[in-house]
Design a protein around this ligand. Structure first.
Ligand SMILES: NC(=O)c1ccc[n+]([C@@H]2O[C@H](COP(=O)([O-])OP(=O)(O)OC[C@H]3O[C@@H](n4cnc5c(N)ncnc54)[C@H](OP(=O)(O)O)[C@@H]3O)[C@@H](O)[C@H]2O)c1
Length: 272
């Protein structure tokens, strides 16, 4: 399958930016989305210097119609990488007496961005790719969404993030079988901590923290091998799966004693 035309959300920072920069090369067109114009342009400058053609889109992934218009307006895509996302913990400035409850605006914003924002990217991309001709290998396109190891567990430190990421992973993997028959490869990335601005203000140790270039290369290697679920680090994912098999009260007792599970250990998300 060719990869001449690629759309990336969350290209203004972290993993989305690293993927864009790694993929940039002559003969390739990159459609890059984000909300912060200055940071998006910085990504674009690097990609153009590597020889790629770049088209920028300032857009919020929570806006269903605008996202469909952007994706459909490309006229054709070989690959879509849904990277945009936010996180947040359980410090609740609205209810300081209930420190373990996430603020409602944060819960809604995380689901809107991390789950609906992914659907707003993936669904129009599926529709667009279904109309594209099959390549020599029978494929029409490839779509990848970034989930998280946090989605493998019911982590009390990030309830909405864990739930939204679990839903993204299940959706991508469960839809992937039928999508493949239609010539579209779907992948979910179940990754641990990656050293990006998202985690820069976390006030706890991050086991297995991976630098963003290595993470980007690992994801692209997984896509080249047509992996339906790209998982790293494997030991962290395996440990998380085992934790999820424990009785809830045991897993919860363990997690709430971890510094990551403490209220205030996560930065407050940008709810603008
Ligand atoms: N870093 C980790 O440890 C880690 C681990 C597992 C999974 N992930 C996932 O990896 C993905 C990339 O995260 P990152 O670590 O690269 O974080 P990051 O550096 O904070 O980047 C997040 C990106 O998402 C974009 N974004 C956020 N809300 C958006 C919205 N409503 N509309 C459009 N774009 C929006 C941001 O764009 P603007 O800044 O322009 O708004 C930014 O480009 C996320 O899905 C994250 O959940 C990260």
């Amino acid at each position: 399958m060719k990869h001449d035309s690629i759309l990336i959300t969350g290209a203004s920072s972290g993993l989305g930016r690293a993927l864009a920069q790694t993929l940039a090369r002559p003969g390739r067109k990159l459609w890059l989305g984000g909300r912060n114009a200055a940071r998006l342009e910085e990504t674009a400058r690097h990609c153009i210097s590597q020889g790629a053609a770049v088209e920028l889109k300032l857009c919020d992934v929570t806006h269903t119609a605008a996202m469909a218009e952007w994706v459909q307006g490309t006229g054709g895509l070989d690959m879509v990488l849904a990277c945009a996302g936010i996180t947040g913990g359980t410090r609740n400035p609205l209810h300081p007496d209930h420190p373990a409850a996430e603020p409602e605006p944060q819960i809604r914003r995380i689901f809107a961005t991390d789950l609906h924002g992914v659907l707003n990217t993936v669904l129009p991309a599926l529709e667009l790719m279904e109309r594209q001709p099959r390549a020599a290998d029978g494929m029409r396109g490839r779509i990848c969404a970034i989930s998280s190891v946090a989605g493998l567990v019911s982590f009390p430190g990030t309830p909405s993030y864990s739930a939204a990421k679990a839903a993204v992973d299940r959706f991508m993997v469960a839809t992937g079988g039928n999508a493949k028959k239609a010539g579209i490869l779907l992948s979910s990335v179940v990754c641990g901590f990656i050293d990006t601005p998202m985690v820069a203000r976390n006030a706890f140790p991050m086991p297995g923290l991976t630098d963003v270039q290595s993470a980007s290369r690992r994801i692209l290697r997984g896509l080249a091998r047509n992996e339906r679920r790209i998982t790293f680090p494997l030991w962290l994912a395996a440990g998380s799966r085992l934790m999820d098999m424990l009785p809830i009260r045991l897993a919860e007792a363990y997690y709430t004693h971890q510094p990551a599970g403490a209220a205030g250990s996560m930065p407050e998300p940008d709810l603008t």
